[in-house]
Design a protein around this ligand. Structure first.
Ligand code: G6P
Ligand code: MG
Length: 211
């Protein structure tokens, strides 16, 4: 019944969510800000400056815009170091099969990541040509949980939002899908992804006939 499936990247197709976590943790701790997995859950799907603001709000001092830009840059350098050695082996189990299933069923594939490193990660994984449309994060004004990025993907795929299925590992990402008027498949735990229509533990369990 769907005409397109729009995937998130970090934490869905590949485990870069963990690399973002490591890079933010290193930065937060260098600023004396406490950082753990539970807090990191709020950062998933949130863009770079938005994430930094959430982290610094837990600290004890205020930062100038220049200081913030420098910190965001430092985090990005930590992150780019971590993704530099990625290969197609870093695709999460089931990711390639899910992409193949969607296309074989005659549906379009889209990618909606607010990461400005998404094209680099896709190239390292060797899967750029498996998407009919990849949103350029640099052209998105509002980070997830705002629906803009999923709506942009649908529009460029030429499919109505109601005919799209979105796949996400982040609370903010599921909110973005639902507020775009799409069906949401969460990847992770149902206790965390409460707004998802269905939750699966990984793409290994993705199956179009279930939705
Ligand atoms: C994704 C990730 C976030 C990350 C954001 C920006 O949404 O889930 O953890 O902060 O992209 O990534 P970037 O590579 O542009 O810093
Ligand atoms: Mg994600």
């Amino acid at each position: 019944r769907f005409k397109a499936v729009i995937f998130d990247l970090d934490g869905v197709i590949t485990d870069t969510a963990h690399y973002h976590y490591l890079a933010w943790k290193r930065l937060a701790e260098s600023e004396g800000v406490p950082f753990d997995e539970a807090f990191n859950e709020h950062l998933k799907g949130v863009d770079r400056m938005g994430s930094l603001d959430l982290i610094l709000a837990r600290g004890s001092r205020s930062y100038t815009q220049d200081e913030k830009l420098a910190l965001a840059d430092t985090k990005n350098r930590h992150y780019q170091q971590l993704i530099a050695t990625m290969t197609p082996d870093d695709l999460l189990p089931g990711a390639l099969r899910a992409l193949e299933e969607v296309r074989a069923a005659g549906l379009k594939t889209g990618l909606a990541s607010v990461s400005k490193n998404a094209f680099t990660v896709l190239d390292r994984l060797g899967i750029r040509d498996r998407f009919d449309y990849v949103v350029d994060a640099a052209r998105i004004a509002n980070s997830k949980p705002h629906p803009e990025i999923f709506l942009t993907a649908a529009q460029n795929l030429g499919v109505a939002p109601g005919d799209c299925l979105g796949v996400e590992d982040a609370v903010a990402g599921v909110a973005s899908i639902k507020d775009a008027g799409m069906y949401a498949v969460g990847v992770g735990s149902p206790e965390v992804l409460t707004r998802a229509d269905r939750v699966i533990p990984s793409l290994q369990k993705f199956s179009l006939q279930d939705y």
